[in-house]
Design a protein around this ligand. Structure first.
Ligand SMILES: [Zn+2]
Ligand SMILES: [Zn+2]
Length: 217
């Protein structure tokens, strides 16, 4: 599996394109905010001769959905996310006013996904973990074959997702990390919604926001 990471928009959000050997691709959290950022992504996909088949949102905060419509239109593909993110998408226009950044309305999901579902595109198989706390319907996407997890804004290198926004819940976030993320094998590479990649083992060891045995945030 090929994994490409792009960093877009004023929030420095990570957008991922993952593709199998035949170029069948999934775009996770397209965060492009204008035509310039769109063309960076589209040119890469064309150069690599990839065929995007699906958009996945780990969660639907503004910075993760700004490019949804551009990608959906360009490749005529669907967006899937968790049902509990629907109100988050609906709030995104007012959130953008609050942050003073231009809003690009997202397409709505063609279907919703639940924990335990396996998403199959070409040779890519992703399982889903329900990891609420930073957002009410936050999902992490796990590729066991590649030993990687796309963690969105749940877990970062040395940090965790903020819990001071509407729909956040600090104790849910702690539980999501301890009971879901930290149950993954230590060598799994974590591709986060912001910042550099890390591993489950490195975060268990070094992340002072949520320790494996700790109960508060
Ligand atoms: Zn977020
Ligand atoms: Zn984010």
């Amino acid at each position: 599996m090929r994994i490409a990471q792009f960093t877009f928009n004023p929030f420095s959000e990570n957008t991922y394109v993952i593709a199998d050997d035949n170029g069948q691709a999934i775009i996770i959290d397209p965060g492009m905010t204008d035509a310039g950022e769109d063309s960076i992504l589209f040119e890469y996909i064309a150069e690599q001769q990839m065929q995007p088949k699906l958009i996945l949102n780990t969660h639907c905060h503004l910075d993760h959905i700004l490019g949804n419509s551009a990608v959906a239109e360009r490749y005529s593909i669907e967006l899937w996310c968790h049902e509990r993110e629907l109100p988050v998408i609906e709030r995104a226009a007012s959130t953008s006013l609050m942050f003073g950044i231009p809003y690009r309305p997202s397409v709505m999901p063609a279907r919703t996904i639940d924990e335990g579902e396996t998403i199959v595109i070409g040779d890519i198989q992703l399982s889903t973990l329900f990891v609420p706390g930073h957002a009410p319907g936050h999902l992490a996407f796990v590729c066991a074959e590649e030993r990687v997890v796309f963690s969105g804004d749940v877990l970062f290198q040395g940090s965790v997702g903020r819990v001071d926004l509407p729909g956040c819940n600090a104790s849910d976030l702690v539980e999501s990390i301890q009971q879901k993320m930290y149950k993954l094998p230590d060598d799994y590479v974590v591709y986060s919604g912001h910042g550099p990649e890390t591993t489950i083992g490195a975060e268990k060891e070094n992340n002072y926001f949520v320790r494996p045995d700790w109960s508060g945030l």
